[in-house]
Structures are given as structure tokens and as C-alpha cells.
Design a protein around this ligand. Sequence first.
Ligand code: AMP
Length: 570
Amino acid sequence: MLYRKLAEFYKEASENPSRLKKTEILAKFLGEIHESDKEVLYLLLGDIYPEYSEKKIGISSQLAIKAISKSIGTENSEVVREWKKLGDLGLVIEMLKKKKRQATLGKSDLTTQKVLENFRKLPELEGKGTVEKKLSLIVELLTSASDIEALYLVRTLIGDLRIGLKESTIKEAIASAFFSSDKESAKKIQDAIDRSNDIVKVFEMAKRGKLNEIENVSLEIGKPIKVMLAQKAKTIEEGFEAVGKPCAVEYKYDGFRMLIHKKGDDVILFTRRLENVTKQFPEVVDYVKKYVGGKSFILDSEAVGFDKKTKEYKPFQEISQRIRRKYDIEKLREELPVEVNVFDMIYYEGKSLLNEPFEKRTALIKKILKDQRYKIIRAKQLITGDEKKAKEFYKQALKDRQEGVMMKNLGSIYQPGSRVGFMLKIKPAENDLDLAIVGAEFGAGKRSGWLSSFILACKDEKSGKFLEIGKVGTGIKELAESEGTSFEELTKMIKPLIEKEDGKSVKIKPKIVVAVTYQEIQRSPTYNSGFALRFPRFTALRVDKPLSEITTLREVEKDYEKQKRNFRYG
Ligand code: AMP
């Protein structure tokens, strides 16, 4: 397929903000994709492989700038100057191509196969001369591209397509392109995408009109799926109202989500971000082999840190380095041990358990897992319909230094990637948000050369836009002590994400998620969310949380309203 067709689709989709219109345009485009071009769908989502693959394009803005200047035959400084004005490297190359009369509009014969071929070589390169080799692969594409093609090539490279296409739109578009666009087939398509995490696979079946094949798409070991997420409840009473009586009440552990896949002798561990962390947790691999029976299974769990001497549980931020650190693993494993608390099971001996009731899934865990404290163990659970007992259990969870409890409906299925109303989390009222860093400022004096103040954003769930909500610099000194995240390290993480510089301030591509506490939320015209945080403070770097799970504007509004009520009556 000609890349031009894809670029034209991108353009049309970005010019039509309405979701309905976008779905219509996409359905038409999908109908025109030949089966042999099915991998175009990865590009469509700004990717080169299925979502679960670890091979990502991963090009920094800095490298993209070099590639642009080389392909145009201009200085880096000119590209940077234009970038500061336009704030988007895609627009920069489009403009420069037009200006230098390099445009081959309508004439380019660049194909999507060629684009995928070159892009797929990028994550494979290692060792000496990597940067040069990457540059030449990119420059080859950019020089043969028309101006609009170059715009989208660059945006894909830096992971910022800006066409506002959501996975749910794709699901609806596939349904309406190949089946009557009824809700039922859209649901089947969504389920198949959830189970396989591979849009191309589902597209292929849809194109052949095989709804029955789509229904049978199953989980596969080694291919992580998105985890099921919980909604919030304020009290145990409210929890029972939502999930019914009796229900399962479980400890809500303050660690990080770990998905455990096992097939034969292979054990693979994933975070909720679908990142493979098997190498970082060799002891967990051993525990699984030793203490869990069965040839093939997928377990859902929370790994919690504990003090090796006192055996007291530790909060998440104190063990987060275990996820990030790729060296000194043996030493870290000794110093920061984790206990794996298994709370769900979604696959067993060749069969998916997604549609089995929760009660049955947990009963199976009991059958195959030999509980080993401080190694691998079933999450503490109480099945009850008694409010008093549930409240005592909640108190005990807090005494044991955990965050609170989860309340789960006994008959419910496992719904990947959704925040469901049949699994609830209950924590003591705490002012706690997960936000994305979208900008920063260089410090002065002792901190000059480092970014020392960070602009935070929540997400508008309707438009998908990041909306600013405050600025924070406090809490990092403490973080440096507990988990080793210093100003220096944050600066290093942020620099490759810089999109725009203005004096001491930079705007960055949202990628880093942080947990923040605050004293109060106020209405404020200063930030485009309409809210500002009073006395915000960093509590953790959430390396395990994807951007899609940060606090939404709606949740901020809710917290604001709740706090107003509390002030009034409390
Ligand atoms: P949150 O991250 O605040 O949305 O809370 C939900 C998270 O709690 C899940 O994603 C898990 O990582 C974690 N969690 C801890 N204990 C449990 C449990 N017993 N069942 C389910 N999730 C748990």
C-alpha cells in the first residue's frame, strides 16, 4: 500500500474531531485495506508490532531533529529554531520541505511495507555506530517522502501522531466496516482485542467475515493483556451496595501489579504496563516453579516489598527501583525482597478463565498454590456479607500497613482493560492523585542545570487531552532517600522528552507518571484544568502505571466536590 494513502487518512481523521465522523472515515479506510497490507493497522496506532510487543520505535526528539536536518540538508539549529516556533517536529519537516522545494507531493511512491521495514530495524540495532545506522534508516524514508508523508513519519517516530484515534473507535469501525454495526458484534470485537491485544489478528478475521473465529480468539501465554481495574467506593456499606452480599473482601496491598505467565518451564512476569520484568525478579520465577502447580497458567497478583529484618511491609515507593534497575539484581533482591500476593487467575491448562465467575477462579488458586509467607501467597481474603466483619478486616488491613481493601462480586467475569463496578477499592480518605509530568523548569543556584519544578496534568477523559493542574518541586529530596529518584535522575529522564523550550521552562511529551499528595484542591484560572493543587508533594514515581490510568478530570472534580462537602459539614 502506498504510504500516501495512510498519510491522507491521518490528515482526514485529525481534521474531524467528532468521534462519529472519525469512525466513519476509519471504517471506509479499513474497508480499502487489502489483507496482505494488514500490518498497516500497527502503523495506524503509531506502532510497529502488537501492543504487547516490547519492540517499540523509541526515537528521541534529539535524534529526530538530526534526521530532519540531514534529510533536508540544513543545520540542526534551523530545525530547533522552527521547532520552538511550531512546537511539533512533524510540522517543522512539512514546512521545511515546502520551503526547500523538496516536496514531491503526489509523486512519492513510498510504501507502508518499506516504512515498516525500516522502522522495525530501529529497535534491533545495538552497539557501536547505532546512532548513525538509525539516522540513515530514517533519512532514507524522509528523503523519499512527500511533505505530508514526512510530517506523519516524524510524528510516528517520536510517538505523537496527534490524530486522536482511540482503541474504542477502531473497534466500532471494524464492526461497521465488516459487520452490521450492531452493538453485539462491536462487543465481540472488543473482547477479542482485549484477549489477544493484537488488532491485526482481529482485523484479519473480521475482513474474512468470521465472527465465530473472533469469538474464539483466546488468551495466549507470553502475550500480556491489559489488567482489570477497580472503581472507588468510600465505605464498606457503599461497597456492599455495589457488589452485593456476600462478597469477597481482600487486602489491597501497596505494591505493584504483577502478571505471572507460565508455560512448561518458562515463567514470564509482566507489569500492568505490559513490560516484561522477568529478569528483575529471578526469585519470583523460582517461587512460581516451586510452589504453584500446573503446566500452564496466568496469575494476577500484587508484589509487595517487606523489610528483610523486621518483616514489616514497605510502601510501594521503597521497592519501585526493583522494577527499573537492570543491574546489580542479586544485590537488590537481597536488600529489597518482595512477597507476591496472588488474587486472580485468568488461564489454566490451555483454557481461558476470563468468563468464569470470580469465586471459581479464586477456588482454583487455592488448589494449585502452596502458600509461602514472604514468597508467594494467596491474597488475604474474607468472604462475608456481614458489615461488622468486613469493617474489622479493613481495620486489620490498615494495621498491617496495607492501603485498604478491595471488595469483589463473587459471580463476575474478568474484564481486561476496564475499570469495572464489580471490583471496588476502598481506602481511607487520602488526597492522592496519579498525574503525568507535562512540563518543567530549570532550577537556580544549587539546582541550576537540573529541572527542579514540574508541571503536572490530569487527563480529560472525553478528549484524551492532558490538562495542567499544578506545579511541584517538593518531596523529591525524600524520594531520593527512599527510592533514589533525585533531581538529577528526573532531569535525565525528562531531557529526551522535551518538545519545546522557552527560557528556563520546557514542555515535555507526557510519559512519566507520578503519585502526588496535596492539602487541598482549589478552583483556579491559572491552569487549563480549572483546578490547582495546594501544597502538592511527590510521593512516588509510578514506573508501573501507564498514562491511560492517570487521574481523570472527572475524578478531580469529584474529589473537589467531596472536599467541599467535608468542609461544610465536617
Ligand atoms: P489503583 O491502582 O488505585 O487503581 O488500585 C487498584 C490496584 O490495587 C490494582 O491495580 C492492583 O495493583 C492493586 N491491588 C492490591 N491488592 C489487590 C487485590 N487484592 N485485588 C486486586 N487488586 C489489588
